[in-house]
Design a protein around this ligand. Structure first.
Ligand code: 5GP
Ligand code: ZN
Length: 112
């Protein structure tokens, strides 16, 4: 999608520190990390928000979680937190589906 930051990152029009990539997903370091490990995992196709997941495209969402598991195994992470913000009120600022993968410090719950 035109003028979408993460589409541009997926197409390598904007640089990012890539952690993992396959035909469907791209994982790269968040520019403003909130934990020692803060990776964003995105589908290469444009989906705006988690609310736009449906039976036709839900495999894209599954791939994000699957990718996080593979990265965690590769990095030897003991545990991690996955976050998907949906719409502005929940903290979404980039409207291309993404999963935050946070690790490397203790995580509190509830998050606030
Ligand atoms: P959201 O607030 O939409 O859930 O998360 C968007 C995330 O994208 C934020 O954590 C923000 O730091 C990150 N971000 C915004 N612009 C860029 C960028 O140009 N490059 C990278 N690597 N991350 C970005
Ligand atoms: Zn996009």
């Amino acid at each position: 999608m035109e003028n979408c930051l993460f589409c541009k990152i997926a197409k390598k029009e904007i640089q990012a520190a890539v952690i993992y990539e396959n035909d469907y997903v791209l994982a790269f370091n968040d520019i403003s990390p909130q934990a020692p490990v803060h990776i964003l995992i995105i589908p290469k196709i444009h989906i705006s928000t988690p609310a736009d997941i449906n039976p036709e495209n839900s495999s894209e969402a599954g791939r994000l979680v699957e990718t996080a598991a593979a990265i965690a195994k590769d990095m030897g992470l003991e545990g991690y937190r996955l976050v998907m913000n949906c719409n502005e009120i929940a903290g979404q600022s980039v409207f291309h589906l993404h999963c935050h993968m946070l690790a490397g410090r203790e995580m509190k719950w509830p998050p606030g």
